[in-house]
Design a protein around this ligand. Structure first.
Ligand code: PLP
Length: 371
């Protein structure tokens, strides 16, 4: 039996009529860039997230650096983020010309450690970028307190946690802006690249809208800007999918609960930890081998037995060869937890369209690891 990591084709077939209709509508409208379908999706996204504004951009990476620029962050500004995240979180900081300050993650959740943030603050610190890693929110209430104390911006990297929330907060409530990636493999993903920013600040909405469109609000009139727009075709696809995201998140949560219940006796791994009251939407179900030396053999065994497991991310940002490639970066204290996470993580297949047979096979295969 084979258990794939993603179910893109299954999901498309389950929504084919809605998606095809939206694609057709864009094709017939002749509005392919900054058209009415994009506007409609931006409004739907703002409504779904409970925020005033949403701006569609070309991808998640752009959504972050455009926000940094719109906030006036550039050379000299230190931005604190996770050492254990996808490369793009750090690269967005560099693209804006800022200094990336990488800090450790929490021992259990693997989200950013708020004490580590506090220890890494200097007089050059201007912003914090907590990553809602694997589908679980960072402790935004603790981060908000630190930001208020030191007068810092907070930009949430929400590429992995669409439809998640904390115990006493919603995404976006305790920050200046939220960044989204809609690359195909995300919980809400298009067939290609896409991204967005949501915010409650009118000035940020206006700045990012202008920056994403060659610095132009009016034909032939330009200020400083770039080309980073979410195409209407992608907006149409996302619009069709947005209606189903809550059900898909719920299904992810159910499958994760099944894994957690069934794998509890495997003494060679730790399972994902959910903070009480948090809605963890399991973009990824990441286990860690207790002994890092077991990671590669377990991964090889899973692949050999048809389970398409992966690693997110087996090399932390500061461990990449050549880091930081002449860019401005600083390690904000010990990164021991991030390094243990990188050395021992394995992501098991988990997607809403998985069959019960696939789920059971996945569980049996992990449980039967001969060690
Ligand atoms: C945590 C995180 N941040 C940023 C990004 C960048 O998004 P994109 O690939 O759309 O540029 C991704 C995913 O790709 C991600 O997982």
């Amino acid at each position: 039996m084979k258990v794939p990591f993603y179910g893109h084709q299954r999901q498309y077939l389950s929504l084919k009529d809605e998606i095809d209709a939206n694609i057709q509508a864009v094709l017939m409208s002749e509005q392919y860039i900054l058209g009415s379908t994009l506007k409609k999706f931006e409004n739907e996204l703002a409504a779904f997230t409970g925020m005033r504004y949403a701006i569609g951009v070309a991808n998640g990476t752009d959504s972050m650096w455009l926000t940094f620029m719109a906030l006036g962050l550039g050379p000299g500004a230190e931005i604190i983020t996770n050492a254990n995240t996808f490369f793009a979180t750090a690269s967005a900081i560099w693209i804006a010309g800022c200094t990336a300050v990488l800090v450790d993650c929490d021992e259990k959740t693997r989200c950013i450690d708020s004490d580590a943030i506090r220890r890494a603050i200097t007089k050059r610190t201007r912003a914090i970028v907590p990553v809602h890693l694997y589908g679980q929110c960072a402790p935004m209430d603790e981060i908000r307190k630190i930001a208020d104390e030191f007068g810092l911006f907070v930009i949430e990297d929400n590429a992995q946690a669409f439809d998640a929330h904390g115990d006493i907060f919603k995404v976006g409530e305790l920050s200046d802006a939220v960044s989204y990636s809609f690359i195909v493999n995300k919980n809400l993903g298009t067939y290609g690249d896409g991204g967005a920013v949501s915010t409650n600040h009118a000035y940020l909405d206006d700045r990012i809208r202008t920056l994403r469109n060659h610095g132009s609000k009016q034909r032939n009139v330009h200020s400083y800007g770039f080309n980073s727009r979410l195409d209407d075709l992608h907006a149409g696809i996302l619009s069709a999918k947005l209606k189903h995201i809550r059900a898909w998140s719920d299904r992810r949560i159910e499958i994760a609960a099944q894994y957690t219940e069934s794998l509890g006796d495997c003494d060679f791994i730790t399972l994902p930890y959910i903070r009480p009251g948090y809605r963890h939407v399991f973009h990824l179900y990441v286990i860690e081998t207790i002994d890092p030396a077991d990671r590669e053999p377990l991964l090889a065994y899973l692949l050999l037995n048809g389970v398409d497991a992966k690693t997110h991310y087996s090399i932390a940002i500061h461990q990449q060869e050549g880091f930081p490639w002449g860019k401005d970066a600083r390690l904000g204290g010990s990164l021991a937890n991030a390094e243990k996470n990188a050395a021992s993580c394995i992501s098991l297949p988990l997607f809403p369209e998985m069959t019960e047979e696939e789920i059971q096979y996945m569980i049996q295969t992990v449980s039967a690891w001969p060690g």
